[in-house]
Design a binder for this molecule. Structure first.
Ligand code: NAD
Length: 320
């Protein structure tokens, strides 16, 4: 049994991670500004605390944890990170969290620390075409992310790598590509595309129109949360120190994603394309490095994950 700290344990991926770590028999402390919104935490200990405060980080790291997973961030979908209105908060809060957590981990001689970066750190100029984006890990530099969220992720990746080089800290860094699934934000402005589309489809009646931001031809790949956690645990078990993509390489357009959700719901809806924050034109996870280094790749088709997510969001829509 390991002793494990999960930062951001009240969030979407963090709460799923806590559940998995508990199922594997570990002792888990979670920390977040809030409890998980949609289900009870199963953490042994859950601290409500603000990781922007160094004193909080020090008090939470009151022992030498075997592993720390740092997922806390100022976070949201395109409607939150690409409008420009939240840039200062995103950069300031997330950078402070990473600075504080890492320093506290160093003082406590934490054995291993995981950091969740994002595909948003890849340069915009490699993602201008919907059909052939380049998100190979070695394409990160020269850096040119299209959002301040991406720049902060890049800064923090470098911070973790510097703590490895200068203090020998054992770090693991994953660049997540659009993680989705049940028990995640599905309305309110911070939801991401799969949840937003499932909600719109669930709320619509057959023959209605639903809104899609942009022309819907922008491409992405989406990874189901359970598979994301498989990848994270595999990375933690490995000795691979460089940033690596954790994502699906089943690339679809946003229109295709909407078609999948409609087919699952058994509804025929018209797509109305409207202006909205979009992000890059094309993005897909390049899984060659993770396959080569960890022998891992996701296996679940996108449709299966959307099915489970739709079912859960449909229940939320009906009961709210
Ligand atoms: P989330 O917003 O559900 O979880 C983040 C959690 O961090 C939230 O519960 C939030 O309350 C907490 N938090 C924020 N500020 C805090 C603070 N000052 N102190 C303590 N807790 C604080 O997001 P998520 O989708 O679970 O993402 C987890 C991590 O993965 C984030 O770092 C995110 O940037 C990264 N990521 C996610 C995706 C994705 O598709 N979901 C893609 C790329 C990267």
């Amino acid at each position: 049994m390991k002793s494990i700290l999960v930062c951001g344990a009240g969030g979407f991926i963090g709460s799923h991670l806590v559940k998995r770590l508990k199922a594997e028999g570990h002792w888990v402390r979670g920390v977040d500004l809030k409890y998980p919104e949609f289900w009870e935490t199963v953490a042994d200990d859950f601290v409500i605390g603000d990781l922007r405060e160094q004193s909080i980080c020090r008090s939470i790291l009151d022992r030498r944890f075997d592993e720390v997973y740092q997922l806390a961030a100022e976070m949201g979908g395109a409607g939150y990170v690409f409008t420009g209105e939240n840039d200062a908060d995103i950069m300031h809060s997330s950078a402070l969290i990473n600075l504080n957590v890492l320093q506290a981990c160093r003082k406590r001689n934490t054995k291993k620390i995981f950091y969740s970066s994002s595909a948003c750190m890849y340069p915009e100029h490699n993602q201008l075409e919907p059909d052939n984006p380049n998100c190979a890990e070695d394409s990160a530099y020269p850096a040119a992310p299209d959002s301040e969220y991406g720049w902060e992720k890049l800064f923090s990746e470098r911070l973790y790598l510097a703590f490895y080089r200068d203090f020998g800290m054992d770090v693991r860094i994953a660049r997540f590509h659009n993680i989705f699934g049940p028990y995640g934000t599905w309305d309110g402005g911070r939801e991401k595309a799969p949840a937003a589309i499932c909600r719109k489809v669930a709320m619509a009646n057959d023959g209605d129109e639903i809104e899609i931001w942009g022309d819907g031809k922008q491409t992405r790949s989406f990874l189901y949360v359970d598979e994301c956690i498989d990848g994270v645990l595999k990375l933690m078990e490995s000795d691979f120190m460089e940033p690596v993509n954790i994502g699906s390489d089943e690339m679809v357009s946003i229109n295709q994603l909407a078609e999948i959700a409609m087919a699952i719901a058994g509804k025929k809806l018209r797509l109305e394309h409207i202006d909205g924050p979009l992000g890059v034109r094309g993005r897909n996870s390049d899984n060659r490095l993770i396959e080569q280094k960890l022998g891992w790749k996701p296996t679940q088709p996108l449709r299966d994950g959307v099915q489970k997510t739709y079912q859960w969001i449909n229940e939320q829509v009906k009961t709210n």
